[in-house]
Design a protein around this ligand. Structure first.
Ligand code: NAP
Length: 300
């Protein structure tokens, strides 16, 4: 349980509601910043403006997945209030106060360092990334269906990367009856692709490997689907780029060649915000309970 713990939940989208639900169930006391337009009320949670929060009693700050923008602003879907997280707010928290976000940027990392607090990036964790790959794959299937006039079954699908997303994508498209090949650079990845019953290829051969691709799904956050690669694809190829912005595709060249290339960020929050929120809520609950137990043991 999180009895006695005081947590500020600052901004966010529908995923944050699952976090709020879970933490109130665990008896934490919540200050909700950037939620005044939310109709729902949660027991043990009070909606506050950012300048009303008493940061001196806050044990943890939960930010939305992107953290802040480069000016410190936190996205607030349920509010018109401009919420900015500052170094001074962090400095006024107790020393043990931790900040939780999905990812970070130079602004957030900078104020965390200056205030000497800890930042936990949930998306760096393997468990979160693997769970999150499930709604990501479902969103990818949705996009493939929406943007093609042929079935996934029987089509030639080329997946780039065998990381946490790439593996789930490759396995699921294979299960749907696609002929899946996967490009990777590590020998252990090439071995795993073979073991999965898929066709491996080394990324250095990518240009030759895409000549009969119907759907190319990129998960590598590097410039990999270059113009020289796109020029070898059939014109009906659909490129779905899952890698974080700006993606790994030469979108300008794809458009010039008449190939449809879609950058598809944030699919879990779009296709399954409830599940995506529950994934974060479960991990957060576990981490906060561990922190609370440690502090009780230390008597702080
Ligand atoms: P990951 O586990 O780190 O996998 C990344 C893959 O890219 C690995 O196979 C890695 O291979 C490969 N890679 C990285 N740099 C490379 C390079 N220079 N050359 C060749 N291969 C390279 O990451 P993930 O969790 O699968 O996520 C993949 C991307 O999807 C990330 O950008 C993530 O932010 C994004 N994502 C998007 C969504 C969405 O909704 N669109 C959802 C979740 C994640 P090595 O092991 O050889 O480095």
């Amino acid at each position: 349980m999180l009895t006695g713990m005081q947590i500020a939940v600052m901004g966010g989208d529908a995923r944050q509601l699952e976090i709020i639900r879970k933490l109130t169930e665990l008896d934490a006391k919540l200050s909700l910043v950037g939620f005044e337009q939310l109709d729902h009320a949660f027991t043990g949670a009070s909606k506050e403006k950012v300048d009303e929060v008493d940061f001196s009693v806050i044990d943890a700050i939960i930010l939305p997945v992107p953290g802040t923008n480069l000016e410190g602003q936190v996205e607030t879907i349920f509010s018109n209030e401009k919420v900015i997280l500052t170094k001074d707010m962090l400095l006024s928290t107790p020393e043990h106060c931790k900040v939780y976000s999905g990812i970070t940027n130079t602004y957030l990392t900078g104020i965390i360092k200056q205030a000497n607090r800890d930042l936990v990036q949930l998306f760096e964790r393997d468990d979160v990334a693997i769970f999150n790959s499930i709604p990501t794959v479902e969103g990818t299937i949705m996009m493939a269906i929406q943007h093609t006039d042929f079935t996934i079954h029987g089509s030639n699908v080329c997946v780039l990367g065998l990381g946490r997303v790439g593996m789930s994508v490759a396995r699921t498209f294979h299960a749907l009856g696609a002929k899946v090949k996967v490009g990777a650079r590590k020998t252990e990845h090439l071995a795993r692709i073979t073991e999965m019953g898929l066709t491996p290829f080394h990324l250095k051969d990518i240009e030759n490997e895409v000549i009969n691709t119907d759907i190319c799904i990129n998960t590598i956050p590097k410039h990999i689907v270059k113009s020289s690669v796109i020029s070898k694809m059939p014109t009906h190829t659909l490129i779905i780029d899952l890698a974080s912005k700006p993606g790994g595709t030469d979108f300008r060249y794809a458009e010039k060649r008449g190939i449809k290339a879609l950058l598809a960020p944030g699919l879990p929050g779009i296709v399954a915000p409830k599940t995506a929120g529950q994934i974060l809520a479960n991990v957060l609950a576990q981490l906060l309970m561990e922190d609370s137990t440690k502090r009780e043991e230390k008597g702080t």
